[in-house]
Design a protein around this ligand. Sequence first.
Ligand code: NAP
Length: 259
Amino acid sequence: MDLGIKGRKAIVCAASKGLGKGCARALAAEGVSLVVNARGAEALEATAAEIRADFGVSVVAIAADVTTAEGRAALLKACPDPDILVNNAGGPPPGDFRAWDEKAWHSAVEANMVTPIMLIRATIDSMIARKFGRIVNITSAAVKNPIANLGLSNGARAGLTGFVAGLSRQVAKHNVTINGLLPGPFETDRLRSVFAAGSKSSGRPVDALREERRLANPAERFGTTEEFGAACAFLCSAHAGFVVGQNIVLDGGAFPGTL
Ligand code: NAP
């Protein structure tokens, strides 16, 4: 299926690895030119080169921390009027809520709520003017099904989700959509670091924890970044203008609800 976005411009945040990279590759496969971002320049440049070689699209790499005002300004300077914005950043650390002081909360809210809102604020009016815009926020399955030791993530991402629930209904008439993609377990560096931390605290081998988690999922596997990217590309497609303010869980069926 032709997604109808060839020649469009996208900013994909936090995209040198993992889910962001999966989204960048899937958009590039559709002929979208990209501005990609991550803090580490080496991995980012390697990803940008790989995408250029594989898909022949323009890829501008901006090495910056997207959770800072300066980082966001650098991204917007490279692409002030994107047609597509994929919001993403690293997730907050796990822990016990008693350990999270005001500073920890401010930094989680800054990274996983304020950052995407500021990028939406900076780009949405030009999308409205052009009558085309697609915004995808990468959040977490924990927005729907909270994970107790990821309270900073549960809280900050739920704040973003609540805000865009209202905004998405204000802009839908301009063919501008905002939706959330909620990943369950995808085997990326992030998930591998969760297993490593679990192994350290429990004394159990990483492989045993990984296997336990895999078998606990109805699909008996982890998601792939290609699957995640494909879902993102569809939400960014010309065909998805009637998908408004939705939060799509990609978790292999782990959330047990009927709806
Ligand atoms: P990942 O494989 O560790 O990749 C994270 C990417 O984001 C890297 O390219 C990293 O590059 C970049 N990044 C991190 N912090 C950044 C920042 N402040 N500014 C710019 N770039 C930044 O992680 P992932 O699994 O793709 O996770 C992506 C998001 O989905 C995270 O918020 C994570 O919590 C969430 N999530 C993931 C899963 C999962 O199973 N994988 C499940 C639920 C939620 P640099 O480090 O070089 O900046």
